[in-house]
Design a protein around this ligand. Structure first.
Ligand code: ZN
Length: 282
């Protein structure tokens, strides 16, 4: 089943007097949504006990929780100690995922730094293969999906083609398609149904329908410049895009069941509701 929800807590949540993420699952459910992405962007500041409680509250309220791994990950770093730390961030994220009873962990694969793109991508390939070995050694006893994200700045690795390739390395690797990022890199060229469909067709060829069917999606409008992403916007934006409706049509046409997370600036829950409404009206 397709799922919609916010990334983190939107402004409205706090304006209504709520303070803790532990209150989010019921709040999200009462809005008619069923997904929630919790971000460890700045590290693992949540205690294991709180994570366990949050997981239980998500379960009680039928909210599928996903997590975003720390932003410090760079699997294309030429510095082996940074790569080692990146492995640890990902493995720790999977441990938290288990405590939270979630299935999906999103992460940013890395950036080019001073290298040319080809060199950086070959480092990423090598380190992704090592990551798969490290994960194997952990013997995790639950099912999870690790979801490298398509990125929005030209210096970052993570075009949808690159993400497609690294997702061939293990069964649990599936893409996070961030369409605001993709549109930023394409300088606003993501407009028609066929623009969206082309991306899904590429991925179906590369990693198979089974993975694409359950793909993870980040959606928001994003302001961009020549080097890509500048900042996340709300659905009020009429300049940058992308629009959700053509994507919703493709999701219906291809019979996909993604988890769709809104990353709008401050209006994540409202815009998740908008997307759900658009999807249901088709
Ligand atoms: Zn992200």
């Amino acid at each position: 089943m397709i799922k919609f929800g916010p990334s983190g807590n939107c402004d409205l949540f706090y304006e209504q007097g709520y303070k803790s993420s532990l209150e989010a699952p019921l709040w999200i459910k009462n809005r008619g949504l069923n997904a929630y992405e919790y971000s460890f962007s700045r590290g693992f500041t949540m205690s294991e006990f709180t994570a366990k409680t949050l997981g239980e509250k998500c379960k009680e309220n039928d909210i599928e929780i996903s997590i975003h791994a720390p932003y410090y990950i760079n699997l294309a770093s030429p510095d082996p100690s940074k790569v080692e730390k990146s492995f640890n961030y990902i493995i720790n994220s999977i441990k938290y995922l288990k405590i939270l009873q979630g299935k999906r962990c999103v992460f940013h694969p890395g950036s080019c730094g001073d290298m040319d793109r080809e060199e950086a991508f070959s480092l990423l390939r090598k380190n992704m293969k090592e990551l798969v070995k490290r994960i194997e050694k952990e013997n995790f006893d639950f099912e999870f999906l690790l979801c490298p994200e398509t990125m929005g700045k030209s210096q970052q690795l993570g075009t949808y083609q690159e993400i497609g390739e690294i997702c061939t390395y293990a069964d649990y690797l599936i893409p996070t398609l961030d369409f605001g990022h993709i549109n930023s890199l394409l300088q606003g060229k993501l407009k028609t149904e066929s623009d969206f469909e082309e991306i899904f067709k590429f991925l179906i060829d590369k990693i198979g329908f089974n993975k694409v069917e359950k793909i993870h999606i980040h959606f928001s409008k994003i302001e961009y410049g020549k080097k890509g992403e500048i900042k996340h916007l709300t659905f009020d934006d009429k300049i940058y895009g992308p629009e959700f409706e053509p994507l919703a049509r493709v999701i219906k046409k291809l019979k996909l069941n993604p988890v769709i997370i809104s990353e709008s600036r401050g209006t994540q829950a409202e815009d998740a509701n908008q997307m759900k409404k658009i999807y249901e009206s088709i």
